[in-house]
Design a binder for this molecule. Structure first.
Ligand SMILES: CC(=O)N[C@H](C=O)[C@@H](O)[C@H](O)[C@H](O)COP(=O)(O)O
Length: 237
């Protein structure tokens, strides 16, 4: 056994560390000026300084750099492509993120074919074998229930509103709080509210609707998108 590998975080310890708290997603899309490893590390350090309970980050190099710089639970993913299953789409991507030092690997757990022909369950098993925990990124209630039964340690509403053909919540512009409430009530594992949470009030509402913790990305770590929202606001006078 490689003694330099950190001991796996237990699901119970992780749930305790995240209860009622904020996870900050420190990502930048392709082509964005913020998409640079040391910049993303600074975002993660800022999140830690501001009181975040955990960080979510994309790609092995960034995950490894944040792991070395920030002493918080780290949720890693590996986005590959932007259509179909693109969040940690294969077993290979999932294992690489665990090996880069993520405590938790976030994996697409939607009911869609995966590029390597594998399954969410197979990716989850591989992550557990590598000593990390699994967050299932889902779009629907049924996907959340299935992912928990297949070994997810956490379920997140990350993909609600982003999968063509899936039910769209009435409050599509904002977070899918109806899905948050339904999954929180049904699951035995922590339900994380994620996706389009733009204000502290919406984050608090997600907890009030039953979420165990809340992920915020764009509203904290994406100046390009935020600037665009203000620019668009000014043109709507
Ligand atoms: C749909 C998808 O690919 N979501 C990604 C998942 O990692 C990220 O692009 C989001 O920023 C993240 O989920 C946080 O959400 P928001 O940025 O809305 O706070």
């Amino acid at each position: 056994m490689n003694t330099s590998t950190p001991s796996p975080t237990s699901p119970t310890d992780l749930a305790e560390a995240l209860a009622g708290r904020l996870i900050v997603s420190c990502q930048a899309p392709p082509g964005d000026p913020m998409r640079e490893t040391s910049t993303l590390v600074r975002l993660a350090r800022s999140a830690a300084a501001g009181g975040a309970a955990a960080v979510r980050a994309n790609e092995p190099e960034v995950v490894a750099a944040i792991r070395a710089a920030v002493d918080l639970p780290l949720i890693g993913l590996w986005k590959d492509g932007d259509t179909g299953v693109y969040i940690t789409p294969t077993v290979r991507h999932a294992v690489a993120i665990a090996e880069a030092g993520a405590d938790v690997v976030a994996i697409d757990a939607t009911d869609r074919p995966r590029p390597d022909g594998s399954t969410f369950a197979a990716a989850a098993d591989a992550v557990h074998a590598a000593g990390a925990l699994v967050m299932a990124d889902v779009a629907t209630f049924d996907e959340g229930v299935t992912a928990a039964a297949e070994g997810a340690d956490l379920v997140s509403t990350t993909l609600s509103g982003y999968v063509p053909g899936t039910p769209v919540s009435p409050q599509q512009e904002g977070p899918d709080l109806d899905l948050v409430a339904a999954l929180s009530a049904a699951l035995d594992v922590p339900l994380v509210a994620e996706g389009r949470i733009r204000t502290p009030q919406e984050a608090a509402q997600a907890l009030a609707r039953g979420a165990h913790s809340v992920v915020v990305g764009t509203a904290i770590t994406a100046p390009t998108a935020l600037t665009g929202q203000f620019v668009a606001g000014l043109t709507q006078r």
